[in-house]
Design a binder for this molecule. Structure first.
Ligand code: SF4
Length: 749
């Protein structure tokens, strides 16, 4: 079958062989790859000031953790299209006309214009979107400066990916746990599909655990690579995770497979939960999920009895109409089976005692209650906003020693959809300045037509980027960003773990590329708040954070591959849980106080109509690409040259679709062009749309469809109206969007 070329890991490795001996003049540096959000430990080989090779770490814990994107990184960052100097817009917004300026000239003007907007509209008129990888090294400094200025309107892709999971997990037991995959006896993957070239460390850990006898349960509409090697595969309907978990709980509670002592001593709300779960007999769950009742029961029994078991974080559950319930249900399963904070289970790390965490750097306490209450979206969808997380301030201090525990940076965010509406002039107050750092915002959230309108409606748009992304093409200023090869990094697992890993700078950045740290430092000076970012260099900032270890950053980096305190299990027996009750809240007091259903539930997708008879989902990672990046790298494009949609042979037959033909996919939000790839592992009537397609080789500018982003981006099809938003968080349902396909539609030139 033709279509996108298959991935051959051996071929990728062979193309860049790991040398047995270093060539003369080559030195090595220890680094963390940030070409995706995993941060694999790697070794860079440097010759004459340039990185000539990236390979996996020699450390046995991290060995083999590398994918093709990490290997090809030096080439990707050396691409001629890399932005090397600050650019100021001189034509109409989006016209692609720029003038090169200096950093100081750019920052002076940006600072003055931002101060003017804040004076005219209030600090809340400034919104920022950042990503924690690639340009990275923000370290909470953006939040810190925003908090001092007085703006609560920070958004990020973590609203759809791990950050929201962290915020919801806190509702149950006060911290976002990390699955101990290597020591577990049973792994449950909800739609998650770690592969040799995606989520590589997780892939390697799962394979090692399986080799040691651990069971694997995969719940995925597709027969994914992990489903192929699972002990149990449940092909559940896309987006029905919450219904499936309710079914599992029904089995586990009815058959008495839960940890009764733990529930009696450490949980509240069990009887209420039981009543809710009774509303979901297996026959109903089977109808909602499309799986056989006996298969559902078998999987639930295996999870509850094979333990300790883990349900590792999955981005699939993060992006559903029922995300809050589904994430809560996964956390409830962990708790009632007694798998919390034990070896082989789900560990609640807390903070490392010797290192200043990013939660402290952010200084949320300086943002007044009045400004916190203006956070966009907190009135309608409060869960991950200040309003939703406020109840955890006291418990957080009691258990973890800090009031503002910001895990995966997702616990005090504004709602992205509400922010874009305010930017577009449709909110309760205006947002007139928008900054995007390492974040291709236009294509990274639902309802791209709205985001485009929002950005075009701004008085000031500033982007810090490595390449001229579609978002950067709409900016007033584009500041050139460094890469992970070109700066040091102190990595804390995004505040999720207490483990720290250092990354050494391997080479100088090209041109005038600078770090995110330097961006915030210069901005602090430009707006008259230099004391907010008082460090002169990134290294000095790290030195301060490491002061209690007695080491400077470079010594720390030389000495440690990973730095952590010995694990201490069942800490809750000494401190209780960091929830208002001090217990695991099966019925959430916080959700109840917010006026939301305190118990998990399942809200069904509306039935498909004749206008849009197919269901599509997006959000699966392609091996070659991370989010909207990497399309400029020839090696990646040779492997996956075009945006392919994936359908089953049955669906292809029904709609007379042929392999490799161009079609349009459309719905009530928009229309995009895709090439057809027919795959046996796809279920009928479900279409998989790849995330984040644009073509960097196409000319920039609105007149060119923003390098064809308007032609190919999945966000053009993702709705964000109330029917498609999770009620509690307000994140969009990306796992069940009605659409239709039309044949024979070559993309327009
Ligand atoms: Fe880099 Fe690949 Fe590891 Fe991601 S999975 S951090 S891209 S090597």
């Amino acid at each position: 079958m033709a279509g996108p070329p298959s991935i051959d890991p051996a071929e990728v490795q062979a193309a860049t062989p790991i040398p047995r001996k270093l060539r003369k003049g080559v030195v090595t540096r220890k680094a963390l790859c940030a070409s995706c959000d995993i941060a694999c430990s790697v070794v860079t080989e440097v010759q004459q000031g340039r990185v000539v090779r990236v390979r996996s770490s020699d450390n046995p814990i991290f060995r083999d953790n590398i994918c093709m994107k990490g290997i090809v990184a030096p080439k990707g960052f050396a691409h001629p299209d890399r932005i090397r100097h600050p650019l100021k817009r001189v034509g109409e917004r989006g016209s692609g006309e720029w003038q090169q300026v200096s950093w100081s000239e750019a920052m002076q003007d940006i600072g003055q214009r931002l101060n003017h907007i804040v004076a005219e509209h209030g600090p809340e008129a400034w919104a920022v979107s950042t990503s924690q990888w690639n340009t990275g090294t923000d370290h909470g400094l953006g939040r810190r400066l925003m908090n001092h200025v007085g703006s609560p309107n920070w958004i990020s892709g973590v609203a759809l990916c791990a950050g929201n999971t962290a915020a919801v997990n806190r509702m149950t037991y006060g911290w976002f746990p990390m699955a101990d995959i290597l020591q577990t006896r049973c792994i449950v993957l909800f739609g998650h599909n770690p592969k040799r070239h995606s989520w590589v460390p997780v892939y390697n850990q799962i394979r090692r655990a399986q080799a040691g006898g651990a069971k694997l349960i995969v719940l995925d509409p597709r027969k994914s690579e992990n489903a192929e090697v699972a002990d149990i595969w449940l092909p559940l309907k896309a987006g029905s995770d919450a219904a499936m978990c309710l079914g599992w709980l029904k089995v586990i509670i009815d058959e008495g497979l839960y940890d009764k002592d733990f529930i009696a001593q450490w949980a509240v709300g069990f009887e209420d939960l039981k009543k809710r779960v009774d509303e979901y007999p297996l026959e109903r769950v089977a109808q909602l999920t499309g799986c056989e009742p006996e298969a559902i029961a078998e999987a639930a029994r295996l999870y509850a009895t094979a333990g300790p078991s883990v349900i590792p974080w999955t981005p699939m559950t993060d992006m559903q109409r029922n995300s809050t319930s589904a994430i809560r249900l996964q956390s409830i399963l962990r708790a009632i089976c007694g798998y919390l904070d034990i070896p082989g289970g789900e560990q609640l790390h807390g903070f490392h005692p010797d290192i200043v965490p990013e939660s402290d750097i952010e200084m949320h306490h300086v943002l007044s209650r009045e400004q916190q209450d203006k956070q966009l979206g907190s009135d309608t969808h409060p869960v991950f906003t200040y309003r939703g997380q406020r109840a955890f301030l006291e418990p957080g201090e009691r258990v973890w020693g800090r009031q503002y525990n910001n895990q995966v940076t997702g616990c005090f965010m504004a709602n992205p959809s509400a922010t874009f509406r305010a930017m577009a002039g449709e909110g309760s107050y205006p947002v007139k300045a928008f900054f995007a750092l390492g974040n291709n915002t236009l294509m990274s959230f639902a309802n791209m037509p709205l985001i485009l309108k929002a950005i075009l409606n701004q008085d000031l748009v500033v982007v810090h980027e490595q390449f001229m992304t579609p978002t950067a093409q709409l900016a007033d200023y584009v500041l050139p960003a460094d890469s992970w090869l070109e700066r040091p990094w102190l990595m804390d697992g995004y505040g999720w773990t207490s483990m720290y890993r250092p990354s050494q700078k391997s080479m100088d950045p090209p041109g005038e590329c600078k770090s995110t740290f330097e961006f915030w430092r210069q901005l602090a000076h430009a707006i008259g708040k230099p004391d907010v970012v008082p460090w002169e260099t990134l290294e000095a900032f790290y030195d301060d954070r490491l002061a209690a270890t007695g080491m400077k950053f470079e010594e720390f980096a030389e000495k440690y591959e990973v730095y952590f305190a010995p694990p201490h299990f069942k800490k809750y027996e000494e401190t209780g849980f960091a929830t208002p009750s001090g217990k695991v809240e099966l019925k959430s007091s916080v959700l109840q106080d917010l006026g939301l259903d305190p118990l998990p539930y399942f809200r069904e997708d509306p039935p498909l109509g004749t206008e849009f008879p197919l269901m599509m989902f997006t959000g699966v990672r392609e091996d070659e690409y991370f989010q909207t990046g990497h399309r400029h790298i020839p090696e990646m494009r040779q492997r996956a040259p075009e945006p392919y949609l994936f359908v089953s042979p049955g669906t292809a037959g029904e709609y007379a679709l042929e392999e490799e033909e161009w079609v349009t996919v459309e719905n009530q939000v928009g229309l995009i062009h895709m090439k057809v790839a027919i795959r046996d592992n796809m279920p009928d009537n479900l279409v998989r749309i790849p995330h984040g397609w644009w073509k960097p080789e196409v000319n920039p500018g609105l007149q060119n469809g923003l390098s064809d982003a308007l032609k190919y981006a999945d966000a053009m099809l993702c709705p964000d109206d109330a029917d498609f938003l999770d009620r509690e968080q307000g994140i969009p349902h990306l796992k069940g969007i009605p659409c239709r396909i039309r044949k024979n539609m070559e993309p327009p030139a």
